[in-house]
Design a protein. Structure first.
Length: 130
């Protein structure tokens, strides 16, 4: 009898490079690289965002999700948005994204006082028969 199981792809960094961070500036939104779920038939992805806040932070960080059909033309309005909690420093948040052809994340500070650091990783999956 065949068994269906999750087939996990390798983890990759979609915001920051070399396990480093991107520093946010003012309220300018920073976008991650595209996550292509379409090409390899991925059904979902486990995403982890890490935020390293400035000392005695004033501003929070918003995390936004934008979908796309082709990996170049993204939604103008995010599918969802969540606000991280500056009282948890550093902070790591995980969530699942499913059923989008492509997506990217947006990171934005709620004010212009701080310059928080962010990075994000993704590990997509599909199902295989073993």
């Amino acid at each position: 009898m065949a068994t269906i199981k999750k087939n996990w792809a390798s983890q990759s960094q979609i915001e920051g490079t070399g396990d480093g961070y991107t520093t946010l500036s003012g309220t300018t939104e920073e976008y991650s690289s595209d996550v292509d779920m379409e090409t390899n038939g991925y059904e979902g992805a486990h995403v982890t965002v890490e935020i390293d806040y400035d000392a005695t932070p004033t501003d929070e960080v918003k995390i936004k999700l934008y979908g796309s059909l082709d990996g170049s033309n993204y939604d103008d309005t995010p599918i969802w948005e969540m606000q991280a909690d500056k009282s948890v420093d550093p902070q790591q948040l995980s969530f699942i994204i499913k059923d989008l052809a492509h997506f990217r994340l947006g990171f934005q500070q709620t004010g212009s006082t701080d310059s928080h650091n962010v990075r994000a990783y993704v590990q997509p999956w599909n199902y295989i028969t073993a």
